[in-house]
Design a protein around this ligand. Structure first.
Ligand code: SF4
Length: 85
């Protein structure tokens, strides 16, 4: 039996579904999460991604949903230039 690959190329990521993403009524949504990323595919289409889940976030849901692994963005927690403090 072969082990699952640790790195899955972005092109093979699937969209996260309701089992991962849950509605949020607060500012704790994907776009404010430390793990949230914008990526560009080979057709120059912007993708909303989560490297933690190795999954794509459906357009718009980055503003209204999150998962249980949400983490506050570091620049919001400690400031843009914490080393200057
Ligand atoms: S870890 Fe969760 S909240 Fe953060 S970007 Fe990924 S899916 Fe969204």
């Amino acid at each position: 039996m072969s082990a699952a690959p640790l790195f899955v190329p972005l092109e093979e990521w699937e969209y996260l579904n309701h089992e991962v993403l849950r509605s949020s009524r607060s500012s704790k949504v994907c776009i404010t999460c430390q793990h949230f990323r914008y990526e560009v595919d080979k057709h120059c289409v912007t993708l909303l991604t989560c490297p933690i889940h190795q999954g794509l976030i459906p357009q718009g849901e980055h503003l209204t949903k999150r998962c249980s692994r949400w983490v506050e963005r570091r620049e919001l927690a400690v400031g843009w230039c914490s080393e200057a403090g």
